[in-house]
Write a protein of this length. Structure first.
Length: 143
């Protein structure tokens, strides 16, 4: 997810949630999103105005999977309450819950523009995955 600023609340969450992690391979990372990545409406991703990406990583080697997933979900909830928005396609989550829409989180307002590009260059939807952009656009060559 993305945040505008590294507020005191966000900084404290990074430390507190990393300390609360159930394993040494779990953690919270911050990536600066400056430079060409955030180049306005034509940016390579849907959240170009955001200055930082928050990455919540749950990783384990043992069989105690539920503790790690629960920690990651709780950590995400807390960051979203602190103003986190959206998602990066490579870090959308573990399992999409019924109440979530990963496509909306990842592509947001960029989805219609991406559909147009997809309809032109991949109308058969050859390049697809779990966060696929559907090339079907009304009035496009793909219809």
């Amino acid at each position: 997810m993305f945040v505008d600023e590294l507020t005191e609340e966000v900084r404290n969450l990074v430390v507190d949630r990393t300390d609360a992690a159930p394993g040494v391979m779990d953690g919270v990372g911050l990536w600066s999103m400056g430079g060409a990545v955030g180049s306005g409406h034509d940016a390579a991703f849907a959240w170009p105005e955001k200055r930082f990406m928050v990455v919540i990583e749950a990783a384990w080697e043992d069989t105690n999977t539920p503790d790690h997933i629960k920690w990651a979900q709780e950590t995400e909830r807390l960051f979203r309450e602190a103003g986190g928005e959206g998602a990066y396609a490579g870090y959308a989550g573990v399992e999409e819950a019924d109440w979530e829409d990963w496509t909306e989180k990842v592509y947001a307002d960029s989805y219609p523009r991406l559909q147009s590009v997809k309809a032109e260059y991949d109308p058969e939807n050859v390049f697809s995955h779990n966060l696929n952009v559907d090339p079907s656009v009304e009035g496009s060559a793909a219809d």
